[in-house]
Design a protein around this ligand. Structure first.
Ligand code: IVH
Length: 674
């Protein structure tokens, strides 16, 4: 029920809740260091939602307003107050040195420049406008002068603050922040797994996924996409001056904006080159994609003197890593039979270096994709490699097509067992239906033995194929019954290698749960989904017994994935397989035990003021350690924390003989439980 006049208590509670939720959102999404449990956060959010609804107090910058805006018909245009320029690129050390020389000549100086060095995020550039500390507009880069108003989509990104933090630095009157919206690789993979499971097409790379997600007219779709942001600069700012780019970045952090922790400062181009080398090495271990580094002259006075050319500033350079795309020629199109019997067309190509790795095969996904891209033998194609995903053909360079190139036709029979291939109506995937097809059995076993599954060393393709062909292994559980004597008579085996494989198989009997789930090869459950499932269910039995409902509660698991998991565990064949694996001693390792906290399960009541903590923070710290805070003292209360000017609760505590702590003792208790 909406009320005309809300009481001052309600108004101040709403303000307090918003402040707490903004703070906890920042702890969780920006610092990645939450201090309260998810359940506590949800409870605060539910209270705020209820108060705003009951008293008509909703406001656009409330934490309740991240999701839920109505779909748009089209995006409005936003003018950037200062153009969002692009960067000049360098692809070699020589070009980076040329840039540095050019700056020195331009400014007629010889001393080395102080540079800020930043990872170049491979996502989608966005601008956030804060007026008096509140997020008012968010937009895409567009043509650099005008972009699209995607405010309601950007608001769904939790690492974007709706209000700036002002504890350290006051909010300026106007702040245009520039940054890159992006998607982590693991979440990108999980999103693609889910899309394929729904029969939708996969995004080619995280950048396309980020850009596509931001340009959704319905913000609920964007909200479901795992977008993040790193901020790297400012446009127009009123009410605050900066001296250096470094100061800009540090201040953005103080305002609660997310800044990449890999930023660095260095003097001279040699420092930049060393940073480039270092990041190029670390690149594939990062959770997100970067395609180079950005070098920026640090002092803003020098930036101003250097100025800009028409499209890019003179004071900055994007120094790229080795390309992850290259062109090459298609020599043949083969089809590959996978572990589920899925038949995937693959381009066999002239070897080419892509992102530092030589590539000679690329996936063409399925029959429809080949037809859509119209890839033919003899074509010159653009291939790309993203993270550790299989390289894929992006497009054909039509200008270079030989006149006699013929369209690709999917084979009618399995190239391995000659069974008639099937493609059910409405499905994209063509399959070999033969459960004993050597190809799918071999792939299934290889998948099971893979590094990210049971991790059995030494079971390469040739050996597995041999084991399948001679009939020693008909399904994965047979691996655990192999003996050295089975292997020694086979080609390629000596006593030593047989021993090694048998002991590797033995060693694989205990693995972390996610690897066991991944190894089972459940349709639509890849590595990323396996990890989420393991974290959620903790034991194989809990997963096996989970209902569809339970599964739908897991982040990123949709109806199709949930059904596939249910079907897997309900099938008699798989039940028998799991039993055989268990009988042979295969099990998952227990999850890492959570450190016990002395606060876990304890109930606290606060009375009086604390010198070092706000009440909200104190509550958050208790909740984060598994404790609970209530407002009145009872026999169930474990501790009363008494600050300055305690009220009647202290007397009540004494009466009920509840332990009373002063602020210092409370601090000690917290310290012992971190
Ligand atoms: S600074 C005037 N810093 O690269 C300076 N850009 O080609 C403008 N990018 O559209 C950009 N990481 O989206 C800057 N640390 C970083 C960056 C970065 C990624 C993107 C940005 C821009 C493009 C420039």
């Amino acid at each position: 029920m909406a009320e005309e006049h809300s009481s001052p208590q309600v108004v101040s509670r709403v303000a307090e809740l918003r402040e707490q939720l903004n703070y906890h959102n920042y702890r969780y999404y920006v610092l990645d260091d939450p201090v309260i449990s998810d359940a506590e956060f949800d409870r605060l959010m539910a209270e705020l939602t209820r108060l705003e609804e009951d008293y008509g107090l909703a406001s656009p910058d409330s934490p309740t307003q991240r999701v839920g805006a109505q779909p748009l018909d089209k995006f409005e245009t936003v003018l950037h107050r200062q153009p969002m320029l692009s960067l000049e690129n360098a692809f070699s050390e020589a070009e980076a040195r040329e840039f540095d020389d050019r700056l020195k000549r331009f400014l007629r100086i010889t001393e080395e420049f102080p540079y800020v060095l930043e990872p170049k995020m491979d996502g989608c550039a966005v601008e956030l406008v804060y007026e008096n500390g509140r997020l008012t507009t968010g937009s895409t880069r567009g043509d650099g002068y005008r972009g699209e108003n995607v405010t309601q989509n950007l608001k769904t990104i939790h690492s974007i603050p709706l209000s700036l933090l002002t504890e350290v630095a006051p909010a300026p009157e106007l702040l245009e922040v520039r940054g890159e919206a992006y998607m982590d690789l693991a979440e990108f993979k999980q999103l693609n797994e889910a899309r394929l499971a729904r029969g939708e097409s996969a995004f080619a790379n995280p950048r396309n996924a980020a850009a596509g997600s931001l340009r959704q007219l319905d913000p609920r779709i964007t909200a479901a996409r795992p977008l993040k942001i790193y901020c790297y600069g400012v446009g127009e700012v009123r009410g605050r001056n900066f001296d250096t780019q470094w100061e800009v970045l540090q201040t953005l952090k103080q305002w609660g904006l997310r800044v990449n922790p890999l930023i660095a400062r260095g003097r001279g181009i040699d420092a930049a080159i060393a940073y480039h080398r270092d990041l190029e090495h670390r690149r594939h271990g990062l959770p997100y994609e970067i395609d180079g580094i950005v070098i920026k002259v640090d002092p803003l006075v020098l930036q101003e003197r250097l100025g800009a050319k028409s499209r890019s500033p003179r004071w900055s350079l994007a120094y790229k890593f080795a390309a992850t795309q290259a062109t090459t020629k298609v020599l043949a199109i083969e089809v590959n039979v996978g572990r589920t019997g899925a038949v995937t067309p693959m381009a066999v190509m002239e070897p080419v270096e892509v992102g530092g790795v030589t590539v000679s095969r690329a996936t063409l996904h399925n029959e429809d994709e080949v037809a859509k891209k119209d890839v033919r033998v003899g074509d010159t194609v653009l291939v790309q490699r993203a993270g550790d995903v299989i390289p894929e053909v992006v497009k054909v360079i039509l200008e270079e097509r030989p006149p006699d190139a013929q369209p690709f036709k999917m084979p009618v029979h399995c190239p391995v067992c000659d069974s008639l291939l099937v493609r059910p109506p409405g499905e994209k995937v063509t399959r070999c239906p033969n459960p004993d097809c050597v190809a799918s059995l071999t792939r299934g076993i290889q998948h099971f033995a893979g590094k990210r599954a049971m991790d059995i060393d030494g079971l390469g393709e040739k050996i597995v194929q041999q084991l399948v062909e001679v009939g020693l292994v008909k399904e994965v559980s047979d691996l655990y019954r192999l003996t050295e004597d089975d292997l020694i008579p086979l080609e390629r085996f000596a006593e030593k290698s047989a021993q090694n494989i048998i002991s590797a198989i033995k060693a694989s009997k205990a693995v972390p749960l996610w690897r066991l789930i991944n190894a089972l090869g459940i349709r639509y459950v890849g590595e990323a989904t396996a990890q989420v499932l393991a974290r959620h269910f903790q034991t194989p039995d809990a997963l096996r017994e989970a209902s569809k409902e339970d599964l739908l509660h897991v982040e990123g698991v949709g109806a199709q994935v949930a059904s596939s998991i249910r079907d897997f565990f309900q099938s008699e064949r798989h039940q028998a397989l799991i039993k055989k694996l268990q009988d042979n001693g295969v099990r998952s390792l227990p999850p890492e035990p959570q450190a016990a906290s002395p606060l876990a399960g304890k109930t606290f009541v606060f009375t009086g003021g604390l010198a070092d903590l706000s009440r909200g923070e104190a509550k958050a710290l208790v909740a984060a350690r598994g404790g609970k805070v209530t407002s009145s003292v009872s026999a169930k209360t474990d501790y009363v924390v008494a600050g300055s000017d305690p009220g009647s609760k202290l007397a009540k505590a004494r009466e009920l003989e509840v332990t009373v702590l002063n602020e210092a003792e409370f601090g000690e208790l917290l310290k012992r439980s971190t």
